[in-house]
Design a protein around this ligand. Structure first.
Ligand code: AP5
Length: 190
């Protein structure tokens, strides 16, 4: 027995949820436990900004305001990573619009892959705000956080119904410590 057995076959998952719900934290843990690729579009975009690439220059101001970077830019980043990766993956922060979800479906169809599960992290706004203000990333000012929440509600939350209809959605209560939530997720996946 290993400490982290490879639990059921699920190896292509998405994390969905509002900013600060813990998508990045839990996606990284789950990916490392199951030896999956962790793909965070937020992290990839921040790396482009730090590198001062053309893409980073285009994304920088949009991210600073808490708006969404264009679907085309994000899709190009994801396509590049997924089309050369044969194994499983955990996506975090993507898809974030219905257009991105549809583009992901057609990319996966080309690759002969499919989404097996969507984990929806749920947490109330005051807890989200508290977590993000405590972190202090450039886009973690109160004004920008509130805009990110608004953008989540308008552009991303329709994905909840989209994946629920397909029978892929599992809601996860995102309260408690990082370890408590990770255990809750493992429990739901068994
Ligand atoms: P992104 O980086 O994806 O930001 P986000 O969705 O706003 O998510 P966060 O990173 O703020 O929260 P999270 O849910 O991942 O929580 P985390 O684990 O970090 O995107 C940033 C920007 O990039 C977007 O605004 C947009 O401009 C652009 N972008 C990215 N993807 C895009 C896309 N697909 N399309 C278009 N644009 C895109 O945790 C948050 C904090 O809480 C951390 O400090 C963490 O340590 C702490 N924490 C986590 N869990 C717990 C816990 N259980 N208890 C206490 N603290 C906790």
């Amino acid at each position: 027995m290993t400490d982290h057995p490879i639990l059921p076959e699920k190896s292509r998952l998405l994390f969905l949820g509002p900013p600060g719900a813990g998508k990045g934290t839990q996606a990284e843990l789950l990916a490392s436990r199951r030896s999956l690729l962790h793909l965070s579009t937020g992290e990839l975009l921040r790396a482009e900004v730090s590198a001062g690439s053309d893409l980073g220059l285009q994304a920088q101001e949009i991210m600073a305001r808490g708006e969404l970077v264009s679907d085309d830019l994000v899709l190009a980043i994801v396509r590049q990573r997924l089309e050369h990766h044969k194994g499983g993956w955990v996506l975090d922060g993507f898809p974030r619009t219905l257009t991105q979800a549809e583009a992901l479906d057609s990319l996966l169809e080309q690759l002969g892959q499919q989404i097996e599960l969507v984990l929806l992290l749920e947490l109330d706004d005051s807890a989200l705000l508290q977590r993000l203000l405590g972190r202090g990333r450039d886009d973690d000012t109160e004004e920008v956080i509130l805009n990110r929440l608004e953008v989540y509600r308008e552009r991303t939350s329709p994905l909840v119904a989209h994946y629920r209809q397909r029978g892929l959605l599992i809601p996860v209560e995102a309260t408690g410590t990082v370890e408590t939530i990770a255990d809750r997720i493992e429990g739901l996946l068994r």
